[in-house]
Ligand binder design. Structure first.
Ligand code: SF4
Length: 455
């Protein structure tokens, strides 16, 4: 690998580029969400493909030093392998300029903001791949899509991609709700995979036209069919909540299929959702601009006031829309099958304030994870698992702060850091945790609505 000393590439080849007439490559963090988002792109006439994942891990490891976060290695491996395969398949017809690699970033005190810079440097070191631009939307402006799509389609696209996230969350919740109770082993996974493909087709036709009720109707049909897979004679199982770093939580290969392992040892699981993260980003922007507004008011800086007021209206409107849509979808599907609602970010902040052990002022996932753990505990979950990449700063901070609280509340808690290697004691730790969760379940029962369901 030969590294080019051209740092202009960090500004020229990373950013918001117009996606029209390019092939957008989307990393598969979450299988259903990635495919529905790609279908949403296509419904806006943008060619988008989901990158096959985890087969390129050797390449990811080869071109990193070992100090990078694990998700950075995984995503780097995915893009390198995909482009290598394309080069081999297309030969001289391979045109690197026709691809855009979609890699969002975040601000705050962790390394996610550096993935795109680092991966840029690696891509630049391969002949031709310096021409593959990295499209990066950022938490700094609440994942604004300005500049990547035509201005008059911006709002429609934002709405449609949020719906894709909500639908993916609900489909996953259906999977976790049904799989531990399925009549016939394997039917849930097969059904959900088929349903994902059908839903993709629906998104391609309807998302771009804003026909969300058609999407909701389809989702309702899926949930009705899914319910029929449940064996009602199987008694309720201990309910486990998952929090943690978003990539590891969502990426089944990286977390070594943690949910399935927990289910194997007798759990029903609810993973924190993707929409929770999207809402958190919007909520964070709203919160930040409210703080700026207060400070400008104190300083009587009237020029700044107008700007922050405008931003508050804008982010407040986004959050209102997102939560409204999310509630509408969850409520409708809950008519067919009872499954867990999502946490509301403002509730989580209030819960954290009440506990007074951390603050939303420190950004990243730590505040969200700690608050969600407390919320799970309060709601009557029988245990909580915190999943994160090995050495992940927010993951370790969460663990350090929340462990004593969980001990005090006598609720089982487990840390599961991953780095791609197989830890021999992992399954023993999960079995021990599930034994404790079972004891909690027999001692305290479980979340009210589900107890009624089991009765
Ligand atoms: S959240 Fe953790 S794994 Fe993700 S970039 Fe930050 S430190 Fe790395």
């Amino acid at each position: 690998m030969k590294t080019k000393n051209n740092f202009n590439s960090l500004s020229d080849n990373i950013g918001k580029f117009h996606l029209r007439d390019k092939t957008v490559l989307i990393p598969e963090m979450n299988r259903i969400a990635a495919h529905l988002i790609a279908a949403t792109f296509r419904s806006f006439d943008i060619n988008a493909r989901v990158l096959p994942t985890y087969n390129g891990l050797d390449l990811g490891i080869k071109y990193t030093s070992g100090k990078e976060c694990f998700p950075c290695q995984v995503t780097l491996g995915d893009i390198l392998l995909y482009l290598k395969n394309e080069q081999e398949k297309l030969g001289p017809a391979f045109d690197p300029e026709s691809y855009f690699y979609f890699l969002p970033e975040s601000d705050g005190p962790c390394r996610f903001g550096m993935y795109n810079k680092f991966q840029r440097m690696v891509l630049d070191s391969f002949p031709g791949l310096d021409k593959v631009k990295i499209v990066s939307i950022t938490t700094t402006d609440g994942y604004s899509l300005e500049g990547v799509i035509e201005q008059n389609r911006l709002l429609d696209f934002r709405k449609a991609s949020f719906i894709a996230v909500v639908v993916a969350d609900i489909m996953e919740r259906l999977q976790w709700r049904i799989r531990p109770y399925e009549k016939q082993k394997g039917t849930t996974d097969d059904f959900l995979e088929r349903s994902r493909e059908e839903m993709q087709a629906i998104f391609e036709i309807h998302a771009g036209k804003g026909e969300f009720n058609t999407i909701l109707d389809k989702l309702e049909k899926i949930s009705q069919h899914a319910k029929a897979l449940i064996d009602p004679s199987i008694p309720a199982k201990p309910l486990i909540g998952i929090v943690g770093e978003i990539f590891l939580r969502m990426h089944v290969q990286s977390n070594q299929d943690l949910i399935r392992v927990l289910e194997k040892h007798g759990a029903e699981v609810v993973n924190s959702s993707l929409a929770e993260w999207v809402n958190y980003i919007t909520y964070g922007q709203l919160r930040k601009n409210k703080t700026h507004l207060r400070l400008n008011l104190q300083r009587l800086n009237f020029a700044g006031l107008k700007n922050y007021f405008h931003k508050i209206i804008s982010f407040g409107g986004d959050l209102f829309y997102q939560e409204l849509r999310q509630k509408q979808f969850y409520k409708r599907i809950n008519r067919s099958i009872d499954f867990e609602y999502d946490h509301k970010v403002s509730h989580l902040e209030r819960r954290l304030k009440r506990a007074n052990i951390f603050t939303f002022d420190v950004t990243t996932e730590t505040c969200l994870s700690i608050a969600a753990i407390l919320q799970f505990a309060e709601e009557g979950y029988n245990g909580v698992v915190n999943v994160y990449p090995f050495t992940c700063m927010p993951g370790m901070t969460t663990s350090a702060i929340v462990k004593p609280e969980m001990n005090r509340m006598r609720i089982p808690y487990l840390d599961t850091p991953y780095d791609g290697s197989l830890q021999p004691g992992r399954e023993t730790a999960i079995r021990t945790f599930m034994h404790q969760a079972n004891q909690h379940f027999h001692r305290c029962g479980r979340k009210g609505t589900i107890q009624q369901r089991a009765a």
